[in-house]
Write a protein that binds this ligand. Structure first.
Ligand code: GLP
Length: 267
């Protein structure tokens, strides 16, 4: 696991974008795993600046989102389909036909989950999965005690998650109770996992995920068993890590050949 601690939101965005662009440009058939929430927004903004200036072209990228609420129409302002459309597809210049979000409105949700897994496989699997982390350690909507081998399925949101997300809705009763999420087994098949976390309120979850036991009690700890996992943090989110100084030392001494390629901007 590589832990990168940075001092500003802008650096978190630029560094995440460097890794994402490098992985996708090296892939013959690039597939990006998308996350919603505030954590990846700086990365999306940095990528949008590069596609907007013509330095990066993501129009041939297939993309799969992690999760979706059950029961919200796809055009609801709080659906993850809307988030992905507005924050990712248009700004990054993705082809809407190549971007997939789990269907939280299907009559047969289980069949929709199976179809989603199949579509990911048909696309060749995910090259890089972006992840945020919930305050309770969830990734996607895999709440604590989710099976480490779970696949895309229907889950019940933890009360804390509904509370955390209530700020986006008029009243907490409007927050759906069910969701569809890629499973931990699904997520772990991505060839690179990249978790982004910012803010003091994520510090405990980050410490549990990075330095706690590998445990279904903290689904984010799944990264410990992955062959290529990168955790990008701001200082506040890193503030409960015991080995923070060691991670800074490792990153400062990282050989150039291990760093993402940076191409000179055009123009
Ligand atoms: C949400 C999403 C997760 C996200 C997490 C943190 O409920 N389902 O995919 O990573 O909670 O969100 P944020 O980045 O806004 O803190």
């Amino acid at each position: 696991m590589e832990i990168i601690i940075l001092s500003s939101t802008e650096e978190v965005g630029e560094t995440s974008a460097d890794v994402i662009a490098d992985v996708l440009e090296r892939s013959d058939r690039p597939v990006l795993g998308l996350a919603t929430g505030s954590s990846p927004v700086a990365a999306y903004r940095a990528l949008a600046a590069r596609t907007g200036s013509g330095d990066l072209d993501l129009s041939d990228v297939d993309a799969f989102a992690l999760d979706e609420y059950v029961g919200l129409p796809a055009d609801h302002e709080q659906s993850y389909a809307t988030f992905i459309r507005e924050n990712v597809v248009a700004p990054l210049g993705l082809d809407p036909a190549r971007v997939h979000v789990p269907d939280g409105q299907a009559d047969d949700l289980e069949a929709a989950c199976t179809d989603y897994e199949r579509a990911m496989g048909d696309a060749g699997g995910v090259d890089l999965q972006i992840l945020g982390i919930g305050a309770n350690g969830h990734i996607g909507f895999n709440e604590p005690t989710s099976s480490l081998e779970s696949r895309t399925r229907i889950k019940t949101l933890a009360p804390q998650t509904r509370q955390d997300n209530a700020r986006f809705f008029d009243v907490i009763d409007d927050v759906p109770r069910l969701c569809v999420t890629q499973g931990l087994g699904t997520i772990s098949e991505a060839r690179t996992l990249m978790m982004i976390a910012q803010g003091e309120h994520k510090a405990q979850a980050v410490a549990a995920a990075v330095e706690g036991p590998l445990s279904a009690m903290c689904p984010g700890s799944l990264l410990q068993s992955h062959r290529r996992a990168i955790v990008i943090l701001d200082e506040a989110a890193a503030s409960s890590l015991q080995l923070a100084d060691y991670y800074r030392y490792v990153y400062a001494n990282k050989p150039d050949w291990q760093r993402p390629r940076r191409r000179a901007p055009r123009g």
